[in-house]
Ligand binder design. Structure first.
Ligand SMILES: CCCCCCCCCCCCCCCCCCCC(=O)SCCNC(=O)CCNC(=O)[C@H](O)C(C)(C)COP(=O)(O)OP(=O)(O)OC[C@H]1O[C@@H](n2cnc3c(N)ncnc32)[C@H](O)[C@@H]1OP(=O)(O)O
Ligand SMILES: Cc1cc2nc3c(=O)[nH]c(=O)nc-3n(C[C@H](O)[C@H](O)[C@H](O)COP(=O)(O)OP(=O)(O)OC[C@H]3O[C@@H](n4cnc5c(N)ncnc54)[C@H](O)[C@@H]3O)c2cc1C
Length: 647
């Protein structure tokens, strides 16, 4: 059966041009060619092998990660994948994506470098960025502490200005102030951007970023006053254990004054605190950047899981055999379709919404350069909300795909357990998803409350300008096909989001203390924020399955009635039938190599069973026929039973 394409029959059914769809998915022909070239380059390089990962112990796994990161960097230089200095070029980013192993380099390039770019002055950038671009120093982002992560303003590490020596003294005053979690910190980083409370002359000026050297550039030992290590094994086997998330404490460590990141505010030689004419929230800018990246990556993780589940569902057969004929492909069961196809649609939807968010982020960045800060709240709300929405849906979606693959989905060789374990912390890192939705809710409530003062809502809240109309709205859907009109779906989503936001704002106004009201109504506020974020996705693409999933909201807010809900469901079933012949082609359009998918169930050729069988024999337990430990632990039991039987 080797080499036979078990899915050829499925591929012949496709009703659209897969090659054209590959370009749509990639973004452009140029992007497609680049991804295609780099994914093949990675797949054919033995150093980037990953099928042995599940069996490696932590130390071997970590060394293997260091080897891959060093090799990736060598390839970037050799192939001139990046410009003269930076690896933040699309080629290098793609190489990292296809290597598919989290490493310290993610934090170096993804957070340390952007923190200096966004928060450093011109002089600081000139000094530090060339070193970082050449990886002559390796950095991480040390914000979270043992006692505080979400509440950034609650951080305890201090940076006290010493006017006598023109230095800051970085100190960890309590156990809970230990830095805890930063990726790349535990074993690799030589430097960190450390977030600490700025103290001048006994006064606390809040949290600011500081560049701190942690380890010697000669022997890699921690510098005096610094205690540093890895925080221990995390969820999953290989998964995120390739990363050295670290713990760090400072005992009065001195750094020069010019190592405070001073673009947003400065400390002068005399110890005077000067705040530039920019919002203090720019100190949070790196998080906004990474949240946008996380949204762009959600579609990648979800599409991998969907690709595996779709191909396997077409290969797998259960029940329904008549007269000795073939059994039914599980993809033909309506229940399988109703669980799988909305995820397939979501992967595409998140791909497009990720592109849109990149556009929004680029626009805001350009405005910030021109000192226009007006769109910052919208950028924060969109990145926070979409990060939360897409990572929650993706993590849940990967787990659903595992279940869609039945028992075989639970095997590491399906690729799904590791994909889930690597992905699921995205719901927590870069902002806990609930905490971020509450940020969106604050933005929405503020928008509603400002309507009465004549403030015109902009950006993604622009629909609130039609509040009167949306509060009167009732869907005029009469037949199932009406739900195919994008405007009909969009209006229903707008009305639902607007009504949920207004209900929250009205309930909040009943509290004399708004903060108390916000705490009390937090669960409703989160639901309103989700409704708003779903509207953003729907306004960029089409999503009827979401309406079906949240039918309760649409009916209880009076946007549609139960009959219209049933019509939506009917239309959804029609759509599943239309997707069915195209399903395998739609996942082929991702153009993933078997190396990248890392899944026997998702193999391009569909040759699942012989390969699963072959793979089982590679497990270290099968190295010997009789297991280690037989003589000590099994044989005595068997003998004891024998003795008892004789008695
Ligand atoms: C070999 C070659 C290799 C090449 C490799 C290339 C690789 C690149 C890889 C790139 C990928 C990167 C992958 C990274 C992996 C990620 C790892 C994870 C890292 C982390 O987790 S870092 C730590 C993240 N921590 C958090 O996210 C903490 C969450 N908490 C917060 O953000 C805040 O504390 C919170 C919740 C927003 C509250 O802040 P607070 O100050 O208390 O704010 P208020 O609620 O009082 O609001 C005040 C005011 O500010 C507004 N606000 C808040 N945040 C922002 C913001 N970010 N931007 C703008 N405005 C903000 C808020 O809306 C309020 O506004 P008002 O108008 O209402 O006053
Ligand atoms: C794999 C991984 C990598 C990480 N990498 C880094 C890194 O490189 N650098 C770094 O600085 N940090 C890093 N972090 C830390 C990460 O950013 C924090 O864990 C994250 O911001 C969540 O904060 P927390 O742990 O304090 O959660 P908590 O805030 O303690 O959350 C616990 C629970 O409380 C709830 N909760 C908290 N506040 C509220 C509220 N106001 N209202 C309602 N509910 C609330 C949350 O929803 C959650 O259910 C990493 C974390 C992980 C898991």
């Amino acid at each position: 059966m080797e080499g036979v394409d078990h899915l050829a029959f499925e591929r012949n059914k496709a009703q659209f041009d897969v090659d054209e769809m590959k370009i749509v998915w990639a973004g452009s022909r140029e992007d497609f060619e680049l991804s295609d070239r780099i994914s093949r380059l990675v797949a054919s390089d033995p150093v980037f092998r990953k099928d042995d990962r599940a069996a490696l112990g932590r130390k071997e796994l970590f060394k293997n990660t260091l080897r891959k990161a060093a090799h990736a960097w060598k390839r970037v230089i050799e192939l001139r994948l990046s410009g003269e200095f930076s690896a933040l070029e699309p080629e290098a980013y793609k190489l990292r994506a296809f290597v598919d192993q989290p490493a310290f380099t993610d934090l170096h390039w993804g957070m340390f470098v952007p923190a200096i770019q966004g928060q450093g002055t011109d002089e600081q950038q000139q000094k530090w960025l060339p070193l970082a671009y050449r990886m002559q120093i390796i950095g991480c982002y040390a914000q979270t502490e043992l006692g505080h992560g979400s509440n950034v303003q609650g951080l305890e590490t201090t940076a006290t200005f010493d006017p006598k020596t023109d230095e800051f003294v970085i100190h960890s005053p309590t156990l809970t102030s230990s830095k805890w979690w930063p990726g790349g910190l535990g074993k690799v980083s030589t430097h960190a951007v450390v977030y600490a409370r700025l103290i001048i002359d006994g006064q606390d000026y809040g949290v600011h970023g500081f560049i701190v050297q942690l380890r010697s550039l000669d022997d890699h030992l921690p510098l005096p006053g610094i205690t540093i290590g890895d925080i221990g094994m995390k969820f999953g086997n290989a998964a995120y254990n390739t990363m050295d998330n670290g713990v760090l404490t400072f005992d009065h460590v001195r750094i020069p004054r010019n190592q405070m990141l001073m673009r947003v505010s400065q400390v002068t030689r005399e110890g005077k605190y000067v705040h530039s004419n920019v919002p203090r929230q720019l100190v949070y800018g790196t998080m906004v950047y990474v949240r946008q990246k996380i949204v762009a990556d959600a579609s990648v993780a979800l599409s991998r899981a969907v690709c595996i589940a779709t191909r396997y569902s077409a290969v797998r057969r259960q029940f329904g055999s008549h007269n000795g004929g073939l059994e039914t492909q599980v993809i033909d069961y309506k229940t399988q379709q109703s669980r799988l196809f909305p995820l397939l649609a979501s992967a595409y939807a998140f791909r497009f919404v990720g592109e849109w968010l990149l556009w929004l982020y680029t626009d805001v960045t350009e405005r910030l350069k021109a000192k226009d800060f007006s769109t910052l709240p919208e950028a924060h709300a969109c990145t926070a909300g979409l990060k939360s929405l897409t990572t929650t849906a993706t993590a849940d979606g990967i787990e659903e795909c595992r279940k869609l693959c039945g028992g075989h989905g639970y095997l590491c060789s399906s690729g799904l357990p590791e994909l889930f374990a690597v992905y699921v912390p995205a719901c927590t890192y870069e902002g806990d998803n609930i905490v971020l939705l509450l940020q969106v809710a604050r933005h929405l409530v503020k928008t509603v409350s400002q309507l009465s003062t004549g403030n015109k809502p902009v950006g993604t809240t622009a629909y609130m300008a039609r509040l009167e109309q949306l509060l009167q709205y009732h869907s005029d859907v009469k037949k199932a096909e009406d739900w195919l009109k994008p405007n009909v779906v969009l209006e229903a989503f707008e009305a639902r989001a607007a009504r949920m936001c207004v209900a929250c704002a009205q309930n909040l106004s009943k509290f004399s203390n708004p903060e108390e009201g916000f705490q009390e109504l937090a669960a409703d506020l989160v639901e309103a924020a989700v409704a708003h974020c779903q509207l953003i996705v729907v306004s960029n693409v089409y999503a009827l399955s979401l309406l079906h999933k949240h039918l309760g909201d649409f009916i209880s807010t009076g946007c549609i009635d139960p009959k219209q809900g049933s019509l939506a469901n009917e239309q959804l079933r029609n759509l599943y039938s239309q997707v069915r012949p195209n399903a395998v082609a739609l996942v082929d359009a991702y153009n993933y190599t078997d190396h990248y998918l890392g899944s026997i169930l998702g193999r391009y050729d569909g040759n699942v069973y012989p390969k699963l069988y072959e793979e089982a024999w590679k497990d270290p337990l099968n190295d010997s026929i009789v297991p280690d430990g037989f003589k000590e632990y099994i044989q005595p039991l068997l003998k004891q039973q024998l003795r008892n039987a004789r008695l």
